[in-house]
Design a protein around this ligand. Sequence first.
Ligand code: FES
Ligand code: FES
Length: 176
Amino acid sequence: MQVTMTVNGAEVTRDVEPRQLLVHFLRDTLGLTGTHWGCDTSNCGTCVVLVDGEPVKSCTALAAMTAGHEVRTVEGLADGATLDPVQQGFMEEHGLQCGFCTPGMMLTARALLDRDPDPDEQTIREAISGQICRCTGYATIVRSVRWAARHGAGAAAEAPAIPAPAAPPAAEEVPA
Ligand code: FES
Ligand code: FES
């Protein structure tokens, strides 16, 4: 069957198998491999893309279901050479280590900031609760989103930074 949708601002029309998952359509048909594929069982959230501005796990959606809709992947976050504040925030606050979860995390953050430009820590943690990071941990991811809130368009007020965790004691300070 033939489907037409908008992907990162450009209209695309392709023949798809009715059963083809959106994640495979994006990666294999369109070559947008920034969308990662982890568990295939709707558990990890690494495959999140935005469909009409809402985070969707692309391993649990069919490509055909997005016909007529707007899909945004991580490749569509930056505006030319200008990074989205969310991308900049992940750089500034070291919100990634291996980077596998990062595209989905950033897209969820983008959707959150679009509807709430100044989310608190709990709101951010709830927003990303369907996504798993296996290495960095969530503190730096939350701080990255807060950085974006402080520096992104629509962030009217300067949001207070979330303090970094205290450094572990030096070896000589550890009681015997
Ligand atoms: S690959 Fe989609 S939730 Fe894990
Ligand atoms: S940075 Fe490695 S899984 Fe999140």
